[in-house]
Every structure is written in C-alpha cells, then in structure tokens.
Design a protein around this ligand. Structure first.
Ligand SMILES: NC(=O)c1ccc[n+]([C@@H]2O[C@H](COP(=O)([O-])OP(=O)(O)OC[C@H]3O[C@@H](n4cnc5c(N)ncnc54)[C@H](OP(=O)(O)O)[C@@H]3O)[C@@H](O)[C@H]2O)c1
Length: 277
C-alpha cells in the first residue's frame, strides 16, 4: 500500500494539511491537490481533475466551500465517475453533520462503486483559530448570527487521525464515521474559554442572522458564502446535532481531544493575541 499514491484534495486546508503531513510521516506516497499545488486541481475547472487523479489509488476529499452547497452533488457525481474511470479504488470524503446537501453528496460516493468512507464531522474547534471567527477574536469583539443550539466541536487533529485510519486500515472500509468532540458547548462558553486562557478581554455579541449577513455583505462577503452561513446557522444549527458520538475513541483507541486542551495548545501560538501585540 505504501507504493500507491494517496491524493489529498484540499491539501492546504484545515484538515487536508494535517492528513497530508500525517501520511507523509507514516511513509505513504502522497499527492497534495488544490488550486495552488504543483499539479493543480480546481473544483470549478473539470479539465484539471483528470491529470490530478492520474495514477492515484485512493484519495481524501474535501469539497470547497462546503459540501452543503447545491453544486456539490453534481460535482461529486462527475468526480466519482472520473475516479472510477481512472482506476481509483477508494475515496474518503469529509462531510458535515445534519446537512441535507452534504448527505446527497455522501450518497453519490457511497453508491459510486468505489470503496468508500465518509468522515461526517461536527463543527471544527479550529473555526475559532483558522477560519471566520478568528478576526473577531483578535479584534476583541466577536459578532455572530444568533446560534440556536450548542455544538460538540471537534479538534481537526482528531478528524485527520480518523481520516488517516480510514485511508490506511482495511477493517474500516465502507463505513460512515460520524465524529464529534467529547462535550457539547455553547459559542459563548467557547469564547469565554479562549478569553480566559489567552488572558484577553473578548466580547461576544449575537445578531439576528439577517442583520449579521446584511452587515457582512456590505463588507464584501460573497453571496454564496452568505447563503452557506445562513444554511449553517439557520437550518443546521437548530439542535439536531446536539449529541456526541464515541467514533474517535472507537477508531483510534483513545478519547477525542477536549476544547480546553485545544485552547491551551492554540493560545501558545499567539494566534489570539490582540491585533498589533
Ligand atoms: N468548518 C467546519 O466546521 C466543518 C465541519 C464539517 C465539515 N466541514 C467540511 O470541511 C470541508 C472543507 O475542508 P477544510 O476545512 O479542511 O478545508 P479549508 O480549510 O476550507 O481549505 C480549503 C482547501 O480547499 C482548497 N480550495 C479552495 N478553493 C478550491 C477550489 N475551487 N478547487 C479546489 N480546491 C480549492 C484550498 O487550497 P487553494 O486555495 O490552494 O485552492 C484549501 O486547500 C467542507 O467541504 C465542509 O463541508 C467543515
């Protein structure tokens, strides 16, 4: 298996970079793919897909911007058909919990004829340090659409460990791996932990989703990302995911990482220091 190429689609992203690094450390042959990779891969340019999959045996697939968007299902159908035609054997798809659009894309992979895994994850802890919530935390005031529910945030290092297990262990083939963190937390609680551990005064304000999106669009938020934020905060974050799984422990033989541990490790990098400090 170590002589076969494992592709990582979205290799510079939050999970992709970790999956790519872990595979390399374990001695697997890897091919990192994204718009900026040596062999370029672009979801919006199908001409790039064939060369990117040439000689690939299995792949970890992250979709951009999110598997919940309407385009994801047809892209995934064309992608899996091409993968079958090019001799790819196994896909591990990163998905999101409770998203109807994502489930349609998952089903395309599950019925593609390829060996498959779906790693269906809760919200990432790293959304606070590597994504849309970082700016607000750095500036000292985080604004969000009012969350209607709490969430079992997961550390993306756990997602990457589970994805690597799925890519490399035959006993896990053809399974849905629904992964969450160990505890259900409110956004306010998370911001409080980050402020306390990084010794900052950070405010947290919620707005009606319409007001939040109107302000964000005025500052340049693209329409498709605004649609996605609405989908995630209004239709997905409604309580349907307020439960945890023990899949991380089942697969890895150790408990999922805690939010407190994530915050302590991440604060040391200085990422939440006040802007200008
Ligand atoms: N955030 C969450 O809480 C959460 C929870 C569950 C599931 N998910 C899923 O996570 C997936 C995203 O994975 P991630 O967070 O690991 O990635 P990410 O951090 O969002 O990074 C995106 C990656 O995709 C690449 N990319 C951007 N546009 C692209 C395009 N048009 N074609 C090809 N590659 C492109 C980027 O590299 P380049 O810029 O070099 O192209 C980068 O490597 C989404 O599908 C979402 O459904 C997210």
């Amino acid at each position: 298996m170590k002589n076969e190429i494992i592709a990582v689609v979205g290799a510079t992203g939050k999970t992709g970079v970790r999956v790519f690094t872990k595979l390399q450390q374990l001695g697997y042959m890897t091919r990192g793919l994204s718009r900026s990779s040596e062999i370029a891969f672009d979801w919006s340019d199908r001409a790039t897909w064939g060369p990117a999959l040439e000689g690939v045996s299995s792949a970890y697939v992250t979709y951009f911007p999110d598997l919940a968007v309407p385009q994801a299902e047809s892209d995934m159908r064309d992608f899996t058909e091409l993968a079958v035609a090019q001799g790819v054997k196994h896909l591990v798809l990163l998905s999101g919990r409770g998203e109807e659009g994502a489930e349609r894309a998952e089903n395309v992979v599950r019925t593609s004829g390829l060996e498959w895994n779906v790693v269906r994850a809760s919200w990432f802890m790293q959304n606070f340090s590597e994504s849309f919530m970082l700016d607000g935390l750095q500036s000292g005031e985080l604004f969000l659409p009012e969350p209607k529910a709490e969430e079992p945030f997961i550390d993306v290092d756990d997602i990457a460990d589970v994805a690597v297990a799925a890519l490399t262990r035959l006993d896990l083939r053809n399974q849905l791996l629904e992964v969450t963190g160990p505890e259900i937390l409110s956004f306010a609680n998370c911001v409080g932990t980050i402020a306390r551990v990084s010794d900052r005064d950070i405010g947290f304000q919620v707005l009606p989703v319409e007001a939040y999106l109107a302000a964000a669009k005025a500052e340049g938020l693209p329409d498709d990302i605004a649609w996605l934020m609405n989908e995630l905060f209004v239709n997905v974050l409604d309580g349907r995911n307020e439960w945890t799984t023990d899949t991380v422990e089942q697969v890895l033989g150790r408990p999922a990482r805690s939010f407190q541990g994530y915050v302590e490790n991440t604060a040391k990098t200085g990422v939440w220091a006040a802007v200008g400090e």
